[in-house]
Structure formats: C-alpha cells, structure tokens
Design a binder for this molecule. Structure first.
Ligand code: GAR
Length: 204
C-alpha cells in the first residue's frame, strides 16, 4: 500500500511508522512521500534519512481548497491515490478542507495527543493538565471534516501524575503515540478495519 504522510514539525510519529516498516513490523506498505507545509520541519530530515521523498508545499496566498488540491495532486503523482492509498497526518498542524477529506474518505488517519473526545484542538496536553484529568493518552482516528471527531481506531491511556508539567505529560503520551500509530497503520494496511457508522470494527 502506498502511504503519504503530511507533517509540520518534529516527525517523531513519522519516524515510528518508518521504523516499523523498515523492520518488517508493518508489511506490504511503503511511504512514498512526506509533505510538509513548513520548509524547516525536522520531519523532512527524518524522511531523507529513510530515503523517502520529501516535498515542501507552502500555502502562501492560495485558498485552503486550492492548497489542499495541490497536496492531493502531489500525493497522486507519488502514487498515493484515493482508491488505494493511505494518508497519514503526523503532527500536521492544518485543518484539511472538506473536498480533500471527501476525496480520500476513509483513507486518512490522524494522531492526537489526548483520549478523544476529551481535549480536541491545540495543546491537548495543556488542556488535560488545566482540567485536572487523572488520565490522558492518545488517539488514532479516521479523519472527517470536523476536527478531531472521526471514528476511533486505537487509543492508549497514560496516567497524569502529580507534579506533571506539559513537557513531562507530553513525553509520556508521545511514547504511547509511537506504539499506537504504527499499530493503527498496520491494521489499516492489513485490511482489518471496518467502519460501521462511527464505530471501527477490528477484524481478527
Ligand atoms: C504529536 O504529539 C501529535 O499527537 C500532535 O503533534 C505532535 C507531533 O509530533 N498532533 C496534534 O496535536 C494534532 N492536533 P511529531 O511531529 O514528533 O510526530
């Protein structure tokens, strides 16, 4: 399966997925392209280290729809098609337009650093601390036009500890993200995810 990854920053989740593919823990999948909206994203260096094509696409003055159409075009030219490909959002800090989400319907995954539907949007770890939550975690979900609202594929919880600051909690969640995202990708690539309404059934 041909995978395209959209990134904006550090790229540690991208790296986790690439590591799993490299060591055969995810079979039958290749990351064909990594697209960043930020030319300085470390994720581009992660892609290069793994021999994966990296592209920078900046929004500039284009509308959200036009920009997303350019992303779709770049994905398809790399073989990541709406009928057979998979698009991963890995720290991609932009909201995708409805036409893009519709085009790749059921073939876009995102990872978010909370147990959705708690703490959607930006700074999820900070939100969890401010709320006084005792447990948080991460969620891999299918992308739908509403932000952080799609069907849940994998969730992993972590405790919020007394004395945690944002950095400590984020690091604890990130360790689980690096397990959750490759697991979700593996299940998708193996064809084991069935969408029933907003529920995801995992086939054995
Ligand atoms: C991760 O913690 C991811 O869950 C979060 O950004 C970070 C990206 O790290 N994503 C969101 O907050 C999306 N709303 P990475 O670039 O090292 O993978």
């Amino acid at each position: 399966m041909d995978i395209g990854v959209l990134v904006s920053g550090r790229g540690s989740n991208l790296e986790a997925v690439l590591d799993h593919i490299d060591r055969g823990a995810i079979r039958g999948a290749e990351v064909r392209v990594v697209i960043s909206n930020d030319p300085n994203a470390r994720a581009l260096r992660v892609a290069a280290k793994h021999g994966v094509k990296g592209l920078v696409l900046e929004q500039g003055r284009s509308s959200r729809e036009d920009y997303d159409a350019r992303i779709a075009d770049a994905l398809q030219r790399s073989g990541v098609t709406p009928d057979g490909g998979l698009v991963l959002l890995a720290g991609f800090m932009r909201i995708l337009s409805k036409p893009f989400v519709e085009m790749y319907k059921g073939r876009i995954l995102n990872i978010h650093p909370s147990l959705l539907p708690a703490f959607p949007g930006l700074n999820a770890q900070r939100q969890a601390l401010a709320y006084g939550a005792k447990v948080s975690g991460c969620t891999v979900h299918f992308v739908v036009p509403d932000v952080d609202a799609g069907p849940v594929v994998v969730q992993r919880p972590v405790p919020v500890k007394e004395g945690d600051d944002e950095e400590a909690l984020s690091a604890r969640i990130l360790r689980q993200e690096h397990k959750a995202y490759p697991e979700a990708v593996r299940l998708f690539v193996e064809g084991r995810l069935r969408l029933e309404g907003r529920k995801v059934r995992v086939q054995r």
